[in-house]
Write a protein of this length. Structure first.
Length: 402
């Protein structure tokens, strides 16, 4: 039997399954996105500008009125936010709503990006994650706040998704292509408009005629570039370019970019180490003893720092319910409930971890660093391991078609 042919057929079937119309999924995505949009855009001007927004507003106002941005090392932030907001203020004027809307839209896009995790954490998982992000008070707050953080979070998630899709050799979709078009216009169009202003001078008719001509020329160039990229390896380079652009923008947004990217690299390394440990026979044989030993160390550390833990609990109570403080019983008991929920979740995890099993998602794909894509067998059946491996060996393929 031709393994490569079966791999191609299985890959095509999986792709068709991912593209099949699912009205429940679509309706759920629309509902979550609408919820996120309402919470982020409703009455944006209700609260006066915060002093942090005032600092950013100073740089934005200078850029808006004088067309000048000068980096200030004492401010630690880059120009990305100001130039994105400049586009909104040029269209809708320098007002509170357009200024904050330039940030709020990325708060909504973070929720939308979470839907693309469906293949890895399942339908329920991706919808739940997106819904929690949509409702999260912290995410809603910074999405309605003219500061760099929400764009920073958006870029971080964009980097992760772009890299994962590139590794999987996924074909570029309409959303990835649209972002690629937008980035190319951002790169090419300002220079063309500046050239039109120089050539047009004070003649308004000539100026707008040149702007239209240059815009049409740039549109043709962008179309040719995007078509060339999409024809190359099914558009896979689009994701590499999006990841590169997101990385460049995250460094141009805030000084903590190296911490975020460093954390991502540490996470990748830790997962690689953990997979090697978890698949080893020694860990499988002694995992119960190892888990008990780790918990024993944590408990002993807690006992050794008992007084510090008591002081922390007293501070938490006094900060929310203490005399002379605003009484925030809801916040206090929410934190307590979250702590107990976390502990209960950990106990449930340990209960199931002692059993040898793997999570079964609705989209059962396995991401590997070599770009290999495989379908995992259903280990819940009564077949022997040899029978399972024999039955599923023909469904494993490599995406390297060279």
């Amino acid at each position: 039997m031709n393994t490569e042919k079966h791999g191609s057929d299985a890959e095509s079937g999986l792709a068709r399954g991912n593209r099949s119309f699912d009205p429940v999924w679509l309706a759920s995505c629309i509902f979550v996105t609408a919820t996120a949009t309402f919470l982020r855009f409703f009455s944006l001007a209700l609260k006066p500008l915060h002093h942090d927004e005032g600092v950013n507003g100073f740089f934005l106002t200078t850029l808006f009125r004088d067309g000048v941005y000068k980096y200030d090392p004492a401010n630690y932030h880059g120009p990305t936010l100001y130039y994105i907001t400049l586009a909104f203020t040029k269209v809708f004027d320098l007002e509170t709503i357009p200024v904050r809307a330039s940030v709020a839209i990325f708060g909504v896009l973070i929720v939308v990006l979470t839907f693309f995790l469906r293949r890895y954490i399942g339908t329920v998982g991706s919808l739940a994650a997106a819904f929690f992000l949509a409702l999260s008070p912290g995410m809603v707050y910074i999405s309605r706040y003219f500061i760099h953080e929400i764009f920073f979070v958006f870029l971080s998630l964009a980097i992760v998704l772009s890299v994962v899709f590139f590794i999987e050799k996924r074909k570029a979709g309409i959303f990835a292509t649209a972002w690629m078009v937008l980035l190319l216009f951002v790169c090419f169009l300002p220079s063309a408009l500046s050239l039109a202003s120089i050539l047009g001078g004070e003649n308004t008719v000539a100026l707008w005629a040149l702007r239209i001509v240059f815009f049409l020329v740039e549109s043709v160039l962008v179309y040719l570039v995007v078509r060339m990229i999409r024809d190359w390896d099914n558009g896979r380079p689009v994701y590499l370019l999006l990841a590169s652009a997101s990385t460049a923008l995250i460094f141009a947004t805030k000084e903590t970019a190296f911490i975020t990217l460093g954390t991502m690299l540490i996470a990748c390394f830790s997962v690689w180490i953990w997979r090697g440990i978890a698949r080893g026979e020694a860990f499988e044989k002694y995992k119960t003893a190892i888990i008990i030993a780790v918990h024993a160390v944590v408990i002993l550390a807690a006992i050794a720092n008992y007084s510090s833990l008591i002081d922390g609990a007293k501070w938490l109570y006094n900060n929310f319910l203490g005399i002379g403080r605003p009484q925030e019983a809801f916040a206090f008991y929410s934190i307590v409930l979250l702590a107990f929920t976390t502990l209960l979740t950990w106990i449930i995890f340990l209960f199931y971890f002692r059993e040898k099993n793997e999570s079964a998602l609705s989209e059962p794909t396995d991401l590997t660093w070599t770009g290999a894509l495989s379908v995992r067998p259903n280990v819940s059946s009564g077949e022997t391991k040899a029978e399972i491996l024999s039955r599923f060996s023909e469904l494993r393929w490599s995406s390297d078609t060279s």
